[in-house]
Design a protein around this ligand. Structure first.
Ligand SMILES: CC(=O)N[C@H]1[C@@H](OP(=O)(O)OP(=O)(O)OC[C@H]2O[C@@H](n3ccc(=O)[nH]c3=O)[C@H](O)[C@@H]2O)O[C@H](CO)[C@@H](O)[C@@H]1O[C@H](C)C(=O)N[C@@H](C)C(=O)N[C@H](CCC(=O)O)C(=O)O
Ligand SMILES: Nc1ncnc2c1ncn2[C@@H]1O[C@H](COP(=O)(O)OP(=O)(O)OP(=O)(O)O)[C@@H](O)[C@H]1O
Ligand SMILES: N[C@H](CCC[C@H](N)C(=O)O)C(=O)O
Length: 489
């Protein structure tokens, strides 16, 4: 594509070079520039792309896009310097345009919320697949087409960067995919990763505190989340959540709400609960349906109903959708039960916020003894540490504090903030080695007790400083029981 074609509908000023320059791609990471790319100078949290322009040119960048006034570090007069008002937004536009706006050929559903994005995205994908659609789902646990994990390499973020998203969407179109379900993280929305991706239905699940430091407070976090409403043609909202409700309040045609409260467009009531099964009564205003789901607990009901309503909003008949609700399966690392010979109820879960931890702990039988293994991530919201400590202390009997991706922080300091949330009489032990913490918890539990290993879910690494050390909670638990049978514990 010629630079002129790429820029023709975008506010910009070009100095130097030729607007007929042929562009093959767009990149903001200098070390990844390929010959023919334009290099977009983006200001970040750690550094700014302007420090890497020389390197981008050496690697073959054919144009530079910047929002600052700058002079190019080259004598090559053939390099156009393009000024745009907002490089992050331009990056998203250019990525979409260079892939010929593939989202327009797809039905795109984007799910946001502090907790439950991955789960609901996968539920939506499972329901659509059951209704014979070809579906891609892209988010925290990977990129899947009809349930098959794809090997495409991209930066592992919940919401893909636009420069990676649009080529993947193009690949989906070529593979005959009809529907794509995306997770929309607040960081992704704030950084314009989903702008210029044509979103048919945006789903709002809930809002609690996370990433507040990254955003600069709760109001900025809300503003970031609300961007999804502007980007989506239709909205599905949790009408029981004040924030989600506020998103749709001004646009009743666009928004529909689900929830336990009577005012919702899709109103749900729990009419039965037995081991591993909840029976629901759904009321739509014109029809009533009884449906069973294979989970127990309020948050599971919310997640399944959110998924149902999203698929319904896309035009699938509710009678058809509900026949598949019983077959829904949680994604990897979400309340994943690990079978064992001792009859302990061992679960791996991805709860890494206070609300998530509470939601999960509340699904357990409070007459059982609960052993909880967890910590909090480093370089992440500090406020959630105390809150997670308070929840843990309220619902768990014995707590094993450990490490969960301490990144650049000292895990002892992270754990001190968590302990500050504990009640005075809380019994806890600290083992910074996560394997030791998990094995200690398992060694103390008896048949019928619950061991919840929270925070890492599907993750396969521990991030310490700049090192990624292989680690899997599931494997660690399986190793413990394997060693028991060989007598090595
Ligand atoms: C805080 C945050 O979101 N940071 C993301 C952000 O980095 P940044 O904007 O600060 O960029 P920077 O590192 O300062 O660099 C500035 C510019 O210089 C360029 N650069 C930088 C260094 C270099 O050597 N060469 C170079 O060209 C960069 O490409 C960039 O254009 O943009 C980078 C590229 O897209 C991301 O890798 C990085 O994600 C970091 C790794 C991250 O962990 N982000 C998390 C918080 C995140 O986004 N999480 C959400 C999920 C949250 C949830 O669901 O709970 C997600 O969507 O995954
Ligand atoms: N609707 C919900 N309300 C509260 N907690 C939930 C809800 N759904 C899931 N959880 C909890 O949050 C954890 C993470 O779930 P999930 O991965 O679906 O959320 P996410 O929003 O995608 O997370 P992330 O932001 O890290 O990508 C689950 O393991 C569970 O503990
Ligand atoms: N998407 C979340 C995941 C956190 C998971 C937890 N294991 C941690 O590292 O804090 C984040 O990037 O904040």
């Amino acid at each position: 594509m010629q630079l002129a074609e790429l820029l023709k509908e975008w506010p910009c000023t070009v100095t130097g070079g030729s607007i007929r320059t042929i562009i093959s791609g767009v990149e903001d990471y200098a070390q990844a520039v390929k010959p023919g790319d334009i290099f977009v100078v983006r200001k970040g949290v750690k550094t700014t792309g302007s420090r890497f322009v020389k390197e981008a040119l050496e690697r073959g960048a054919v144009a530079i896009v910047s929002e600052e006034t700058m002079t190019l570090p080259t004598d090559d007069k053939k390099i156009p310097l393009v000024w745009v008002p907002n490089t992050a937004l331009f990056l998203s536009y250019a990525s979409a345009k260079l892939s010929y706006f593939p989202a327009e050929a797809l039905t795109v559903i984007a799910v946001t919320g502090t907790n439950g994005k991955t789960t609901v995205s996968h539920f939506i994908s499972q329901l659509l697949r059951a209704l014979h659609k070809k579906v891609a789902v892209i988010g925290t646990v990977g990129y899947f087409i009809n349930g098959q994990k794809q090997q495409t390499i991209y930066e592992q973020l919940t919401t893909l960067q636009a420069k990676e998203l649009h080529p993947i969407l193009k690949e989906c179109v070529s593979a005959g995919v009809t529907h794509v379900v995306l997770e929309a993280s607040s960081m992704g929305l704030q950084q314009y990763r989903l702008d210029h991706c044509d979103i048919d239905c945006g789903v709002f699940l809930n809002l609690s505190e996370d990433h507040l430091e990254d955003h600069g407070g709760i109001e900025a976090y809300k503003r970031a989340k609300k961007r999804l409403a502007d980007l989506s043609k239709k909205l599905v909202l949790n009408g029981d959540d004040n924030f989600c409700r506020s998103v749709g309040i001004y646009d009743k045609k666009k928004a529909c709400a689900f929830g336990f409260e009577n005012h919702n467009d899709l109103h749900v009531q729990v009419v039965g609960e037995t081991f591993g099964k909840t029976t629901l009564c759904l009321q739509t205003g014109v029809s009533e349906h009884i449906v069973a789901i294979p989970f127990v607990g309020r948050y599971h009901v919310q997640n399944t109903i959110a998924a149902l309503m999203a698929v319904w909003r896309l035009g699938c008949p509710i009678e058809d959708i509900i026949t598949h609700m019983w077959n829904l399966k949680l994604p990897e690392g979400r309340l994943e039960k690990i079978d064992n010979p001792l009859g302990i109820d061992v679960y791996v879960d991805y709860a890494h916020t206070a609300e998530a931890l509470q939601a999960v702990l509340q699904t357990f039988d409070d007459k059982k003894t609960i052993f909880l293994v967890f910590s909090c991530g480093g370089n992440r919201d500090k406020a959630k540490r105390f809150a997670m400590g308070a929840v843990a202390s309220k619902f768990a009997d014995v707590i094993f504090l450990t490490t969960d991706n301490p990144r650049d922080e000292d895990p002892i300091v992270i754990n001190e903030s968590i302990i500050a949330g504990f009640s005075e009489q809380q019994y806890y032990e600290v083992y910074l080695d996560r394997q030791v913490a998990i094995h200690q918890a398992l060694s103390k539990a008896k048949k019928g007790d619950i061991v919840l290993v929270a925070g890492k879910g599907h993750e396969r690494t521990q991030q310490m400083k700049n090192q990624m050390i292989p680690f899997s909670d599931q494997q660690c638990i399986q190793d413990y029981f394997a060693n028991l049978t060989t007598g090595d514990v």
